[in-house]
Ligand binder design. Structure first.
Ligand code: ZN
Length: 349
């Protein structure tokens, strides 16, 4: 068995290998964030007896690796040294954590994602956050949908930009003349200024979805702030606009402490009320059917243009847009939904 630890740092990913028989393994190799395909090819070339080890701040990479058929495991903090202020635990440490404590690793499942095995913990934290949710929502700083009195709907796309899917999504939105909101990860923005420019040219909103898609409850306040601030800078630099005001926490994961730190920043946190779980590699027809069944006036629909094979999401868009248009919905950007709502009702989940 070979353990392949993958770390992230500002510019991309590092791969380090460790094997139980002490044989020499190559030096760690670096892959720029837009070269994930090469990283995937390298991992596939290592053979079936390779266990990939990531940690929970690496939240969109595992989807791409699993979509490529690789076995991916998550190492949790108890198995690892502390993280730096910005970046994951080192790749060598992740590979060694696999070697040392394979028992403590969590095998990720394609339909459960990065937080496999943590669903109850996540649900409990979100439940515990309800009072803080309401407080922030009351200040207009957090919402999951707009007022139910107007047939407006916001399509949102998370985890990109990721070619070719983001461009395909933009093609479809352009064809139908539909505005949307893209919550981008900073690590994916590098080298993709052209895609962000196209989003702005087509009139879409761009929001902040952290740098590396971490599980925010696990980060210290300075670590979380670094994730958000660096992403805001990267988006502003890439697109020529100002830093985004809209923010979406990965997985919607929050605790009262996370919400307290968001309250101190100037972002508006955007959750959702329609989630067809398109990230879980579902069929396009099922994604479209679920959106059409759940959409209500004021809904915010969570879809993904990055983090794996998003072909089904792309294919689901024409029936979603046509179906909602037939029902009299107008598509709006999330920020327009907020601004036009004035002092109208906005709601926490
Ligand atoms: Zn996400």
């Amino acid at each position: 068995m070979l353990y392949a630890g993958i770390a992230w740092q500002a510019g991309g990913y590092r791969l380090a290998l460790a094997g139980p028989d002490g044989r020499d393994v190559p030096e760690p190799a670096d892959y720029a964030s837009h070269r994930v395909d090469e990283l995937v090819a390298r991992l596939r070339g290592l053979g079936d007896r390779t266990t990939v080890v990531v940690e929970s701040t690496n939240g969109t990479l595992d989807g791409r690796l699993m979509a490529a058929g690789l076995a991916v495991h998550r190492a949790d903090p108890a198995l690892l040294p502390d993280r730096p202020l910005f970046g994951s635990v080192a790749a060598e440490e992740l590979a060694r954590a696999g070697l040392r404590g394979a028992r403590g690793l969590v095998r990720l499942e394609r339909h459960r994602g990065t937080q496999t095995g943590r669903e109850d913990e996540l649900a409990a934290w979100i439940a515990e956050s309800a009072p803080a949710d309401r407080e922030l929502a009351g200040e207009g700083r957090l919402f999951s949908h707009a007022g139910r009195d107007r047939r407006r709907i916001a399509l949102t796309f998370d985890d990109g930009p990721q070619p070719p899917y983001t461009g395909q999504v933009l093609d479809i939105l352009e064809r139908y003349g539909v505005p949307a909101t893209f919550f981008c990860c900073g690590i994916h923005v590098g080298g993709r200024a052209d895609i962000l420019a196209r989003m702005r040219e087509q009139g879409h909103a761009i929001g902040n979805h952290t740098w590396s898609h971490p599980f925010l409850p696990e980060l210290s306040r300075p670590q979380a702030a670094e994730q958000i601030d660096r992403t805001a800078e990267a988006i502003a630099e890439a697109g020529g606009g100002g830093p985004p005001r809209l923010f979406r926490p990965p997985y919607g994961a929050r605790t009262p402490a996370v919400l307290a730190s968001l309250a101190e920043s100037d972002v508006v946190s955007v959750l959702w009320d329609v989630a067809p779980d398109d990230w879980a590699l579902r069929e396009s027809g099922d994604i479209a059917r679920d959106v059409l069944a759940a959409a209500r006036p004021g809904s915010v629909v969570l879809l993904h243009d990055g983090g794996g094979d998003r072909a089904p999401t792309v294919a689901s868009l024409p029936p979603i847009i046509e179906g909602l248009t037939e029902r009299g919905y107008e598509f709006v950007r999330v920020d327009d939904m907020l601004d036009r709502d004035g002092s109208g009702p906005v709601s926490a989940p």
